[in-house]
Design a protein around this ligand. Structure first.
Ligand code: ATP
Length: 328
């Protein structure tokens, strides 16, 4: 049995090989109960493989993992009973009402009949869909469907909720209301949230972030500390000849610049102090300049060598696999 205060997720020496491919190379981390934990990384980093092991769909080659206090290999059923999954791609049945979709899920999870009406009301009220429960899901908006999926993921009172890009493709207002809801949830249910996202502003809401690259956890800390660790400001300049500017930056200042977001971009330890020198010594006209403090994008870039946007579209399939695995 899990002890109170034990980590919600605890991973030690976890390895997964597929033939000669080592997808996960001995990772260690722990997620505290009640934490919102962000899991980021470029394509092929090993995120899905890790999550699939945590959800008991894939056996580790080596090492161990405990979720909600249970071992993912030896106590697979207990792990499954204690986790909720919210898919990126909708898996609701459009012909059924919101309520019928939830009943179906309750049946799969063996939610006791006696507690079902009260739980159903609670999760539907939480996501603001109680009044719409009788409507067919095909009449719901994208945001309502996602909220219903979250309600469904919570119906069996999981201790750890895995969310795969919970707000992808939604408008900013719906994204923000889903986040309000996720934070409320953490406050009221003491649930642990383990999520993937490609939105850096959302990663900012996480208590801690793990960045995975090439099978390893390359960074794990609070967003604030990760940003502070980058230690450099980002400077972007617009010129009439980007290649000439890149050459001049290398020659005169020894800086390695690239073109990002349509501007010549480079990092220096103090942007404010550098800008006057830049104008004086670059030797070519600068149309505009902007200096920004390190963002999580810079953190991601410094650990993985790519921007989070390049990594977009990853980890789409694991939740689908998860669903298939569970309904067997
Ligand atoms: N079933 C499999 N058989 C063989 N190789 C696999 C299998 N699953 C994953 N891999 C490989 O393991 C590595 C990690 O893949 P994984 O899907 O875990 O990465 P990811 O971080 O989730 O990437 P994405 O964001 O693209 O989903 C990749 O090199 C991938 O090709």
């Amino acid at each position: 049995m899990p002890e109170d205060g034990a980590p919600a997720v605890e991973v030690a020496g976890l390895v997964r090989r597929f033939g000669s491919v080592e997808a996960v190379r001995g990772i260690e981390f722990a997620v505290r109960p009640g934490e919102i934990f962000g899991f980021l990384g470029p394509n092929g980093a090993g995120k899905s493989t890790t999550i699939n092991m945590l959800c008991t769909l894939l056996r580790p080659t080596e090492g161990s993992a405990r979720v909600a206090g249970f071992d993912v290999v030896r106590e697979r059923d207990e792990v499954r009973r204690n986790i909720g999954l919210v898919f990126q791609d909708p898996t609701l049945d459009g012909y059924l009402s919101g309520e019928q979709n939830l009943r179906f899920h309750a049946e799969l999870y063996g939610v006791p009949r006696a507690v079902l009406p009260e739980r159903m009301r609670r999760v539907l009220e939480m996501v603001g869909l109680w009044d719409k429960r009788g409507d067919r899901v095909q009449t719901y908006s994208g945001g309502m469907k996602r909220r219903l999926e979250i309600a469904r993921g919570l119906l069996h009172s999981p201790r750890v909720l895995f969310l795969d890009e919970p707000t992808v493709g939604l408008d900013p207002q719906t994204r923000s209301s889903i986040w309000d809801y996720i934070r409320d949830l953490r406050a009221t249910e003491q649930i642990t949230i383990f999520m993937t996202t490609h939105y850096m502003d959302e990663a900012e809401y996480c208590d801690r972030i793990a960045i995975m690259d090439s099978g390893r956890i390359v960074a794990l800390d609070t967003p604030e500390r990760l940003k502070a660790g980058v230690g450099k400001d980002r400077v972007q300049i617009r010129t009439d000849d980007d290649q000439a500017a890149i050459g001049a930056l290398a020659e005169r200042f020894g800086l390695a610049a690239t073109v990002a977001e349509g501007a010549v971009t480079f990092a220096v330890s103090s942007g404010e102090a550098f800008v006057p020198r830049l104008f004086a010594e670059l030797g070519m006209p600068i149309r505009s300049v902007s200096v920004s403090r390190p963002s999580l994008d810079d953190v991601f870039m410094s650990f993985t060598g790519s921007t989070i946007r390049d990594a977009e579209g990853s980890s789409k399939d694991w939740m689908r696999m998860a669903m298939r695995g569970r309904s067997r």
